[in-house]
Design a protein around this ligand. Structure first.
Ligand code: SAH
Ligand code: SF4
Ligand code: F3S
Length: 477
């Protein structure tokens, strides 16, 4: 191991990037890099970028500008690497636009970071002769997950009782607005056993809740020990069986891949949280077809109804795009109508952003900014009202929360409800990582607060022995 150096990683975009950032940090920890939470004292800065919308992609350049200015002012020597989806999409362009960058590395090559950094360092110091900057955006044949380092126990402990695990990467759906199939490549599922190994390791380090992630997570079809493809329902079941794991979630799903078994898993597995993020994008069949979403609004309603039947206390969240090319007032009214019919506990909504290389960017009927703004304003007002109503309806309800971290004031902890709401309670720090039964007392826009009625820590039982009490079981403390 070489001398200790400091690493600062900043992630933009989705949970896949959060997970990747952890794997990069773990891999570089082996090379002697320790994490710092400020770019100012870092020897190496990694910007882990997102290309999904123009605004997200542009952030990297403003961030790089800021870094360069800070470097100049402080006379600092610092390596800068750009990773993530902008790296994949723009490659050498980044080096042209931002001189501060030493290395551009795409998401499929993170396992090569140690050698790439050594090479970039050599080029920087002129030892390698050539001064050209390094760009690595190939899709290598080997699976990066086989080479990325797992987290140490200490790293797991520091990251808290919830963890993401990437189980599937890439996308074959090719929605006409989306860059993901280009930046992350074709859909690949990790083998079941490797995911379980990772989950066991995390559970051993104190993790209680696993969120299985993938751009198209319910298209998961990783091979099991017998070489047969396992589906997401099977994976969820196996993960829930790992001792110590009390809660399982998965994201992001595509409506087309919500199969019978996965819906049944919501009925049969109390550990599978009753909260489903199911992006629909639009409520207009005309627009859904132009987006190449491969389903109509009727199928979405049908899935929602079936999942609700399987798990009556389930809540939905979703993603929406307004102002897709050709979207008429009527199409938009269909989206508002769909939202009204389904009722969402929370949602993300975006103005359509034309992305280079995607079919929709070249479509006729691109809409002016003021139309997009008016529509997003109306949609978000409706979604905000629904979220407020959902939160309000939680007042007086009792459910298990997973205590995750200290709150703002001494004696407070923050946990998460089954619906991912932040819940503030009074509890000692030692209770972090345990499930507590809580009655919700107060509701505000950002969080809920409640009284603890009981739970693993409070009953004095060790973690792992207490089975998760499904919220629908209406257990009285
Ligand atoms: N795989 C997920 C979404 C990944 S991207 C799915 O199938 O839904 C996350 C969200 O970003 C999308 O759901 C969509 O709402 C939004 N998004 C993607 N491309 C966009 C674009 N060009 N303009 C605006 N929003 C976009
Ligand atoms: Fe993008 Fe569509 Fe794939 Fe989701 S399903 S990642 S929106 S192409
Ligand atoms: Fe962004 Fe790439 Fe995720 S484009 S949303 S970081 S897959």
């Amino acid at each position: 191991m070489s001398e200790q150096r400091k690493l600062y990683v900043r992630s933009f975009g989705c949970q896949m990037n959060v997970y990747d950032a952890q794997r990069m940090t773990d891999t570089l920890a082996r090379e002697g890099y320790v994490e710092t939470d400020s770019p100012d004292d870092a020897d190496l800065v990694i910007l882990n970028t997102c290309h999904i919308r123009e605004k997200a992609a542009e952030k990297v350049y403003s961030e790089l500008g800021r870094l360069r200015k800070a470097q100049e002012e402080a006379g600092r020597q610092q390596m800068v690497a750009v990773a993530g989806c902008v790296a994949q999409a723009e490659g050498a362009e980044i080096i042209k636009r931002a001189r501060a960058v030493d290395l551009v590395v795409g998401p499929q090559s993170y396992h090569k970071l140690p050698e790439l950094l050594a090479e970039a360092e050599a080029r920087r110091s002129g030892k390698a002769g050539a001064r050209a900057k390094l760009v690595e955006t190939e899709f290598p044949v080997e699976d990066k997950f086989d080479f990325l380092a797992p987290p140490t126990r200490e790293a797991i402990g520091k990251r808290g009782p919830t963890a993401f695990v990437t189980v599937q990467e890439g996308c074959d759906k090719f929605c006409t607005f989306c860059v993901v199939p280009y930046t992350r490549g074709a859909e690949v599922s990790r083998p079941l056993a490797k995911i379980l190994d990772e989950v066991i390791r995390l559970a051993d380090g104190g993790v209680r809740e696993i969120t299985l992630i993938g751009q198209n997570v319910n298209a998961y079809h990783g091979l099991d020990a017998a070489g047969r493809p396992a589906n997401l329902a099977e994976l969820v079941r196996r993960v829930a069986e790992v001792p110590g794991i009390a809660r399982v979630r998965y994201t992001t799903s595509h409506p087309r891949d919500m199969d019978e078994e996965l819906i049944a898993a919501h009925r049969d597995m109390p550990a599978l949280m009753p909260y489903l993020h199911l992006p629909v994008q639009s409520g207009s069949n005309r627009i859904l077809a132009a987006m190449n979403r491969k389903h109509d609004r009727e199928l979405f309603f049908e899935i929602v109804a079936r999942v609700r039947e399987a798990r009556p206390d389930i809540a939905f969240s979703s993603d929406f795009i307004v102002g897709f090319p050709g979207e008429s007032d009527e199409d938009f009214a269909d989206t508002m109508d769909l939202v009204g019919r389904v009722g969402f506990a929370s949602a993300f909504s975006f103005k359509y952003s034309p992305r280079p290389g995607t079919p929709a960017a070249g479509m006729e009927g691109q809409l002016p900014e003021d139309v997009k703004s008016a529509r997003i304003y109306a949609l978000q007002a409706l979604l905000d009202r629904q979220k407020a109503a959902f939160d309000e309806a939680c007042r007086g309800r009792r459910f298990d929360i997973l205590l995750e971290k200290p709150g703002r004031f001494p004696g407070q902890l923050i946990g998460r409800s089954p619906y991912l709401q932040s819940v503030v309670v009074e509890a000692p720090r030692e209770a972090i990582g345990t499930l507590a039964r809580v009655e919700v007392r107060e509701v505000s826009t950002k969080s809920l607060s409640g009284d603890i009625l009981g739970g693993e820590f409070f009953a004095g039982r060790p973690i792992g022995e207490t089975r998760f009490i499904g919220q629908s079981e209406k257990l009285e403390a």
